[in-house]
Design a protein around this ligand. Structure first.
Ligand SMILES: Cc1ncc(COP(=O)(O)O)c(C=O)c1O
Length: 407
């Protein structure tokens, strides 16, 4: 019998869980909230959340749904009217043809992404994640016991991965690629031409699927939104994810969806049926109203996001060492900040990493941002521009002053 009293305690937690990192965005928000609870005036630019209220007509539909008694379980992949409305939206906005049985409505786009990863990826299979990436992609791949392969776009190409880079990264073990366009965190938008080149690469590798995250579709300052599912030769291998959080300012409602080949959609439905079932009945009625109302409410918000982007870019161009590409969509700026590494803070500590810099800005400027490590770009930092104009001006004034104190 081993003497168990002398053995180090073994964690009861699964290897799968232990291999996963906590969401860095959520961790930073937690730190910011702790300081706010102490009465410190923190400007929070770390969250990926619209600062707009959900449009009134959508709220009204939710109230009506309650009054009409929509309080029961729904079908796992969503109510039929909403699945049809999502098909209509794909047709209207993206010229894509889907049948309702190809749509799975989920608890946020996040669950749609997780459903797809867990349904497709076997242990040991490689998933090519275009970087800078959204924080949860690689952690979802690890949860599926897949192997994340990070493919980093260059600053010169607005951080967009090229078809040639993709071709070079594909191996016989590659199962999936994952990316967002418009991209969180960089705001880069793939053009139809660029996606066409990526589609050509995928056409040569029939074992590779693509998870296209289009959650920021409506928050686009360059006009055209292109979908990978548009390309005939590979459309059956593309899973398109979208949702209501960003375009309709509905983060708290937890409503997203995916569209995929019917057998893949059925697999995602099966996955969801054992974990959460159909998402909230009231949120689904609200989502139906949102889609039927078109996208004009989103267009109003986009005008504000564009104005704020321009406002912030105008300020940061005067901050030395902030190398900031112009975002074409979403609501973030993602400067390259490595000029501040190996500098001395007023307390004598050295700023070695983007995380050190984020913590310094939180404690000194009282502005919270997220270090680039969480996005696969350790020399960068993400600032949300989804805040009121005066808050943004004040935040970057403080940041500039704090950075100027570094020795
Ligand atoms: C790129 C990206 N995909 C997916 C999501 C998740 O969206 P949802 O709130 O619908 O789960 C987010 C949210 O921040 C995101 O930025």
């Amino acid at each position: 019998m081993p003497d168990t009293t002398t053995l180090a305690p073994v964690s009861p937690l699964s290897h799968r869980l232990l291999a996963m990192n906590e969401s860095a965005t959520i961790a930073m928000v937690k730190k910011a909230r702790e300081l706010m609870a102490k009465g410190i005036d923190i400007i929070n630019l770390s969250f990926g959340e619209p600062d707009f209220q959900t449009p009134q007509y959508i709220k009204d539909a939710a109230k009506q749904a309650l009054d009409d008694g929509y309080t029961f379980y729904t079908p796992v992949p969503g109510i039929p009217e909403l699945r049809q409305a999502i098909c209509d939206k794909f047709k209207r906005d993206n010229q894509l043809d889907f049948q309702p049985n190809q749509i799975v409505v989920s608890t946020g786009a996040k669950q749609a992404l997780a459903n797809a990863v867990l349904s497709l990826v076997n242990p040991g299979e490689e998933v090519i994640v275009f970087a800078p990436y959204w924080v949860s992609y690689e952690e979802m791949v690890k949860l599926a016991e897949g192997v994340p392969v990070t493919l980093v776009g260059t600053l010169e190409n607005e951080y967009k991965v090229t078809a040639a880079q993709l071709e070079a990264a594909i191996t016989p073990r590659t199962k999936l690629i994952m990316y967002s366009s418009p991209c969180n965190p960089t705001g880069a938008v793939f053009s139809r031409e660029e996606l066409g080149e990526i589609a050509e690469v995928l056409a040569r590798h029939p074992q590779v699927y693509a998870l296209a995250d289009e959650i920021y579709e409506y928050i686009n300052f360059v006009g055209e939104h292109a979908s990978l599912a548009h390309f005939e030769a590979i459309k059956d291998r593309v899973i398109t994810v979208n949702g209501f959080s960003k375009g309709y300012a509905m983060t708290g409602w937890r409503l997203g969806y995916l569209a995929a080949r019917q057998d893949i959609a059925a697999a995602c439905e099966k996955m969801q049926s054992q974990i959460t079932s159909g998402t909230c009945s009231i949120a689904q009625r609200a989502g139906l109203a949102a889609l039927r109302g078109g996208r004009s409410s989103a267009d109003e918000m986009v005008a504000a996001y564009r104005r704020r982007r321009d406002l912030v870019l105008d300020i940061v161009k005067d901050i030395p060492g902030f190398n900031t590409p112009t975002p074409s969509g979403a609501f973030y700026i993602f400067p390259e900040v490595s000029a501040y590494f190996n500098r001395l803070a007023p307390d004598g500590s050295t700023i070695a990493t983007s995380m050190d810099l984020a913590l310094y800005l939180l404690n000194d400027a009282h502005v919270s941002a997220v270090s680039g490590d969480a996005f696969g770009a350790p020399e960068c930092m993400r600032f949300s521009t989804a805040a009121a104009d005066d808050k943004l001006v004040e935040a970057f004034r403080r940041i500039k002053a704090s950075l100027a104190k570094l020795g």
